[in-house]
Design a protein around this ligand. Structure first.
Ligand SMILES: Nc1ncnc2c1ncn2[C@@H]1O[C@H](COP(=O)(O)OP(=O)(O)OP(=O)(O)O)[C@@H](O)[C@H]1O
Length: 866
């Protein structure tokens, strides 16, 4: 240490306090990084790595980024998963005695990033914290870029699901969980989440309460609905402490924590969110997702709220009806909708602008954006006056804040530059002192012209010019051919190819005056701007309230537009557990087909005679589509949207469960069948009589008869669960399941119609009562391009199976007729020696019917491979 320069010593002291962060060390107009930090940053940011003298002969690796463009570099480091500590000069270098004092003013991680460059405008950037107490988990989430703060308590097994629903960018966990299996599971569910660890386990309930009360200056937690909570309060307090430490206590825009219970909303778990392709398609893109069809929002806060509505459908009938009525009104009044959408399109991200104002990072252009957004508010309010219901309430909640608009309009120049650094931000006439400096600078132009004119006359050099550059300041330029006329008092400063530049004492004195005026005016502009920003910050809560109202309005207008364009209807919301859909459509599939090409379908579910619908039909007929569209229509209805149907009556559903086809869990080291059964177990445990269960092809991942037996037992269990059963749609290729309809009147068979033509199938996509009579698997295989010899052979096997050989075989197996069975099987599948040998080993007399069936299934499989 002793050999280091004082500056590097200061740097190392800072670094010692933030060992796991890259330190951005402010030096003038740059943030510099040293040692290993410099090497990492140079690599990640692709900037030059240089070095600096350590004071002795050794060199220290170093790199730097300009302060003006720092947020871009910051975004890249943070996105690459690094933590950055921003260390500023906290005193004026011009007046500091000795080394300038520097302090870390903010720590930035993926979850603490607030600059626009690295954030998706229509997504929240959440940081969450998790605290576990026995079988309960407390969860708190904050979006620092908007100030949203939410808290919940969930049973431990639901914590992961809720985390997946929120998808935080960063998760704060108790130190003790660092190496735990739970952390491993979290990383599997949320790949790319940035994990931070904190001493949350030793944060007592009492201490956490004090932290919250102190921050919000309240006497009790009752106002936030947090009283009576345990781990929820600790998670919220812990998160607040972490935010306060990293932001150095600077969190004025954080909204009061909003407590919610999972039971207030329809529960959408990880599987359902993925399977129903709510925010992303199965291939991971926005295209093909529900939100891609629904999102017509014009403001970033509207976009974020729409996501929230999709993930948190309501269970309160009155609240749903309110939203639906607003959508209906907007749908009916095209003129109103147009006025509103025009206004909304001109509102910027009020939430993030407000956050930047509060965090003192707002630029002059941010304030202009705030002003022009607020200027739209009176128009929106006016358009909504007298509308009643939600719309009327929104109008009341919007605050146009004319004092703030007026202040910004008087103070900030419309063409203000992006940064404050070079001045030119504050309008003339706003501050007399600033005007004085400005006049001096303007006068300077006249004064310089006067000097030029006078010097030309004095020296007789007609093309003598006055100029300015950053290195030499003001100068007089004389071309080489005129040099002989230059007077004695000119002092030569610079030689160019064809001219020489001079200064005079008079010019130097003048220059000092002008430059000091410039410097003073910049400092004054900075001060004035900060004062205005400070004043704007005082309007924070009103701006947030307005932003929230704008967001709701934006989503409602968006839903009305989609309803109009895609011809959706208003669903009837019921308390009784019925789902009745007439001419329902899949909102996403239909959007990809030509208009009118989608075949609508009717469907009814209830607890009397339509509790379990078994849906059979060939591959590609549209079984999955019917299943998913039913779930999506229910979800849309409960989020307050119109639905793609001619008529829909929806009894409130508390949860939608889905078990659909292959999942991407293979990459997480689980087998397809294991995933299928885990999801299935979850459904069987959790589903209630108010849930909707969608099962697509269950039991397919194992041996045929194991699978069939499981599928059958699962269906039976759901039929009886809790005495009332669970509304279930079950698509299957196990034709045997259709037998269930004979055993219970609550079960109904449906199939999806196809037409046969020239040994080809034509898909009609129409749902009709009764079981499917054929599977057409081979025709679909042919469509898919399976080679002709295989298709011919498959048809041959199928023909013989259908001719009854299958039943004969099983019958024989039951009777234990070893010899005949062997003969038949050999004949049927033209087996090789290996197969013959296997059959010799089987003691058919001891076989149970199921075992016999399994053997046959295996033979079939071998024959197919053959
Ligand atoms: N009602 C419909 N109207 C028009 N096209 C439809 C309809 N239903 C499905 N389709 C089309 O058929 C395709 C296959 O549908 P889907 O995946 O639902 O079939 P499936 O019966 O579940 O098939 P598999 O058994 O192979 O999974 C869809 O991608 C869609 O293009």
């Amino acid at each position: 240490m002793a050999r280091l320069t004082p500056m590097l010593r200061q740097y190392l002291e800072v670094k010692e306090r933030y060992p796991d962060a890259i330190v951005f060390f402010r030096m003038g107009d740059f943030y510099e990084m040293f040692f290993e930090d410099a090497e990492i940053a140079a690599r990640v940011l692709e900037i030059a790595l240089t070095s600096r003298d350590k004071g002795a002969e050794e060199k220290v690796p170093m790199c730097g980024v300009p302060v003006v463009s720092a947020s871009t570099y910051l975004a890249r480091l943070v996105q690459a998963g690094y933590k950055v500590a921003i260390c500023e000069q906290v005193e004026d270098p011009r007046t500091a005695k000795g080394l300038v004092r520097r302090e870390v003013v903010r720590v930035v991680t993926p979850g603490l990033y607030v600059e626009d460059e690295g954030l998706e405008s229509k997504s929240h950037n959440y940081i969450a914290s998790l605290v576990i107490e026995r079988d309960q988990a407390g969860l708190a989430v904050v979006d620092l870029s908007t100030g949203h703060f939410r808290v919940t308590e969930v049973p431990l097994e639901g914590a992961l699901g809720e985390l997946f629903r929120l998808e935080p960018r960063e998760l704060l966990l108790p130190e003790g969980l660092r190496e735990s299996s739970l952390t491993g599971k979290i990383l599997q569910s949320l790949p790319g989440v940035f994990l931070s660890f904190d001493d949350l386990e030793n944060l007592s309930r009492g201490r956490a309460e004090v932290l919250i009360k102190e921050h919000y200056q309240v006497a009790t937690l009752a106002a936030f609905g947090l009283d009576g909570l345990g781990p929820g309060v600790r998670a919220a307090g812990g998160l607040l402490r972490y935010l306060s430490e990293t932001q150095k206590g600077h969190l004025p825009h954080l909204k009061p924590p909003l407590f919610y219970r999972l039971s207030q909303f329809m529960l959408i778990d990880e599987t359902t969110k993925r399977n129903l392709e709510l925010l992303k398609s199965l291939s991971g893109e926005r295209r093909g997702s529900l939100i891609s069809v629904l999102d017509r929002t014009r403001t970033p806060m509207g976009g974020r709220l729409l996501k929230h509505w999709i993930l948190y459908p309501l269970l309160d009938r009155a609240a749903i009806e309110e939203r639906l009525s607003a959508v209906e009104l907007l749908l009916a009044d095209g003129y109103l909708r147009e006025r509103l959408s025009g206004g909304l399109a001109e509102v910027y991200d009020l939430e993030r602008l407000n956050a930047r104002v509060a965090m003192k990072t707002a630029t002059p252009r941010d304030l202009l954006a705030l002003k022009s957004s607020l200027l739209r508010i009176p128009h929106l309010k006016e358009a909504l006056t007298g509308k009643g219901g939600v719309l009327g309430r929104l109008a009341e909640e919007m605050a146009p804040l004319p004092e703030l608009v007026d202040l910004i309009a008087r103070a900030i120049r419309e063409e203000a530059p992006a940064s404050l650094k070079d001045g030119g931000v504050i309008k003339e006439g706003f501050n007399p002192e600033l005007d004085e400096y400005l006049r001096l600078r303007q006068d300077a132009a006249g004064f310089l012209a006067e000097i030029e004119r006078r010097e030309r006359a004095r020296t007789g050099i007609p093309n003598l010019k006055l100029g300015f550059n950053k290195v030499f300041g003001y100068f007089i330029e004389v071309t080489k051919s005129q040099l002989s006329k230059v007077p004695e008092d000119y002092i030569r400063k610079q030689t160019l190819v064809s001219a020489e530049r001079f200064i005079t004492p008079e010019l130097k004195t003048f220059e000092e005056k002008v430059l000091s005026a410039e410097e003073k005016s910049k400092a004054l502009e900075q001060k004035i701007f900060e004062e205005i920003r400070q004043k704007a910050a005082a309007f924070g809560p009103k701006i947030q309230q307005t932003a929230q109202a704008v967001a709701v309005l934006d989503v409602l207008v968006s839903l009305a537009e989609v309803a109009e364009e895609r011809d959706y209807c208003r669903p009837e919301i019921l308390d009784e557990p019925i789902i009745e859909i007439k001419e329902g459509r899949h909102p996403v599939v239909e959007a990809f087909l030509p208009s009118g090409a989608f075949v609508p379908n009717d469907l009814r579910l209830d607890h009397e005679d339509h509790l379990l619908l078994i849906i059979t039909g060939p591959n590609m007929a549209g079984k999955s589509t019917v299943l998913r569209q039913t779930a999506l229509i229910v979800l849309l209805a409960q989020m307050g949207s119109f639905v793609p149907a001619q008529k829909a009556r929806i009894g409130l559903v508390d949860r939608i469960f889905t078990r659909v086809g292959a999942s991407d869990a293979l990459s997480r080291g689980q087998s397809t069948f294991m995933v299928e059964m885990t999801e299935c177990a979850h459904i069987l445990h959790q589903a209630s009589s108010r849930s909707l269960v969608i099962l697509d092809e269950i039991g397919r991942g194992t041996a045929t008869y194991d699978g069939l037996s499981i599928a059958w037992a699962v269906a039976e269990y759901l039929l009886e669960k809790d005495g009332r059963g669970v509304k279930t749609l079950f698509a299957t290729h196990y034709h045997e399941l259709t037998e269930m309809a004979r055993l219970s009147e609550k079960v109904k068979n449906f199939n999806i119609a196809v037409k046969e033509w020239n040994d080809q199938v034509i898909f009609l996509h129409r749902l009709q009562p009764g079981p499917a009579n054929r599977s057409y698997g081979i025709q679909v295989a042919a469509l898919a391009g399976v080679p002709q010899p295989v298709i011919r052979r498959a048809k041959e096997i199928l023909r013989r199976l259908e001719a009854g050989e299958f039943e004969i075989l099983t019958g024989m197996a039951r009777k234990g007729s070893r010899k005949r069975l062997r003969g038949r099987q050999l004949d049927l599948f033209s087996p090789d020696n290996l197969l013959k040998q296997r059959l010799q080993e089987i003691d058919i007399d001891q076989l149970t019917p199921i075992e016999a069936l399994n053997i046959l299934a295996e033979l079939k499989r071998l024959a197919k491979e053959d």
